[in-house]
Design a protein around this ligand. Structure first.
Ligand SMILES: Nc1ncnc2c1ncn2[C@@H]1O[C@H](COP(=O)(O)OP(=O)(O)O)[C@@H](O)[C@H]1O
Ligand SMILES: [Mg+2]
Length: 454
């Protein structure tokens, strides 16, 4: 297998003769070939090959071959040869997204995020966004969206080599029909990540199978009964109640118990942080409704996080897989909770900082070692979640806490991590490397794998 970048141009001809510069043919080890199968995504075309003396690495495709392969644009792209008779252009990558129903703004507020993935990948690959309804499984084509200035332009392309799942609607993403759609890709050998949103309780459960990784998970119980909550409060004096399918801190309660002063519960209501005190658990459970059985909730041991200015701090570790299928910590943001908030979300008054600043303030000279240790733990957690979850993963946003005894804890694994930490000026470069890893990993999944010759 040899792989390199080249430039594609189209010629207004209807024959099936593809011209290739000798430099490119040499890089692809195709010197003595004249018949060739060309591929792009799920399409193939038989062509005859002719060499040109043009300097540099070029392919000139007649328009007939361009339309048969549905090549979306001219310009720079990766080309890969397997053996001496097959050449593939691509990789062709599809980003699966939800639609808004609007023709002019098909992806609404998510447009700019989708476009940032597309522009990072488009230097070496063909990238498009698509909705589930854009696929024609019979014809094996997709009516794809390509960025076009401030809007989008639609072009029909073959089924892609790999899919990046950015469905943003949890209910849709976890539906049976989406499972079937993702399965159809897998059955055709089209790699996809990530499969779907996680439920917190599923992730805690699967980590129980790995003793080492599970050391980083606070004690957690799904669907707790009142007795279970009471028992956890007796044991830890401090617990979190979290909706298992929740996000953004919505529906989270922070409970503490002081044998002399009673039960305290903090949460967010109507855009404000509120605090209640109860002498006994009956009032507390009435507030938590359902007489204390918190359906679809997890009760979790509370962790005494490190603090700055009396505000707890936690961290978002953004992990990606690289072009060799290995996990890398692409970026880390520290998050300081807003005053009185039970979570560190920016929406609830939280503030993003660099981990170096925070750890240096809290731990001084020990900071560097602690950060390194937390990175190793995050990678171990990602590997374990992937192994025990039995689905390929390519990206994770881990919510990590460090306690006052330097222990590393994981509160949540997000399979569709947002990119808000990368808005911090000091984290922009890490944001770009995370985009680069996504593109490299999609190329890997699309089987564009051998070392790139420059
Ligand atoms: N067990 C816990 N101990 C201490 N803080 C926690 C705990 N669980 C969650 N938190 C805090 O609440 C935030 C939100 O919790 P998380 O599990 O990430 O839920 P969400 O899906 O709402 O983001 C965390 O980032 C952390 O600041
Ligand atoms: Mg979270």
């Amino acid at each position: 297998m040899s792989l390199t970048l080249c430039s594609i141009q189209f010629a207004p001809r209807t024959d099936r003769v593809v011209h290739m510069s000798t430099a490119l043919a040499k890089a692809l080890q195709l010197t003595s070939t004249n018949m060739l199968t060309m591929k792009m995504g799920s399409r193939t075309a038989s062509v005859s090959l002719r060499m040109t003396k043009k300097p540099g690495k070029h392919i000139i495709l007649p328009l007939s071959v361009k339309s048969q392969l549905m090549v979306p644009r001219s310009g720079q792209i990766t080309v890969q040869a397997s053996g001496t008779k097959e050449v593939q252009l691509g990789p062709l990558i599809g980003i699966l997204a939800n639609g808004t129903g609007s023709v002019t703004q098909p992806f609404g507020v998510r447009s700019s995020m989708l476009k940032s993935y597309i522009s990072a990948g488009s230097k070496t690959s063909y990238y498009f966004a698509f909705l589930p309804s854009d696929i024609d499984w019979q014809a094996e084509t997709v009516v794809a969206y390509f960025p076009n200035g401030t809007g989008w332009i639609r072009k029909t392309v073959p089924l892609p080599d790999a899919v990046y799942n950015r469905l943003s609607n949890r209910r849709v993403d976890r539906s049976i029909s989406m499972d079937q759609l993702k399965d159809r890709f897998v059955r055709r050998g089209i790699g996809i990540f990530n499969w779907s949103f996680f439920d917190k309780s599923d992730v805690y459960k699967l980590l129980e199978e790995d003793k080492e990784a599970n050391k980083h998970v606070p004690e957690s119980h799904n669907n707790p009964s009142p007795d279970r909550i009471r028992e956890m409060l007796e044991k830890h004096r401090f617990v979190y109640l979290k909706p298992t399918a929740g996000s953004l801190g919505i529906g989270i309660y922070r409970l503490t118990y002081h044998p002399k002063r009673g039960y305290f519960v903090r949460f967010r209501r109507g855009g404000k942080n509120v605090l209640f005190r109860f002498n006994n658990t009956s009032g507390l459970f009435k507030l938590l409704n359902g007489n204390g059985r918190m359906r679809n909730y997890v009760v979790q041991q509370g962790i005494r996080l490190i603090e700055i200015d009396a505000c707890p701090i936690d961290f978002r570790f953004h992990l990606n897989k690289n072009g060799n299928n290995q996990w890398v910590v692409a970026g880390i943001g520290a998050k300081k909770a807003g005053k009185g908030s039970v979570t560190t979300h920016v929406k609830n008054g939280g503030q993003v900082m660099t981990p170096e600043y925070v750890l240096d303030r809290v731990f001084g000279a020990k900071a560097e070692g602690i950060l390194e240790d937390a990175k190793q733990s995050a990678i171990k957690l990602a590997e374990s979640i992937e192994k025990h979850g039995r689905r390929n993963l390519g990206e994770l946003g881990l919510d990590i806490g460090i306690d006052q005894n330097e222990r590393v804890w994981m509160f949540e694994a997000n399979s569709k991590p947002g990119r808000s930490i990368f808005k911090h000026p000091a984290l922009k470069a890490q944001g770009n490397s995370s985009l680069k890893y996504i593109a490299e990993h999609l190329a890997y999944l699309g089987k564009f794998r051998s070392r790139r010759e420059s």
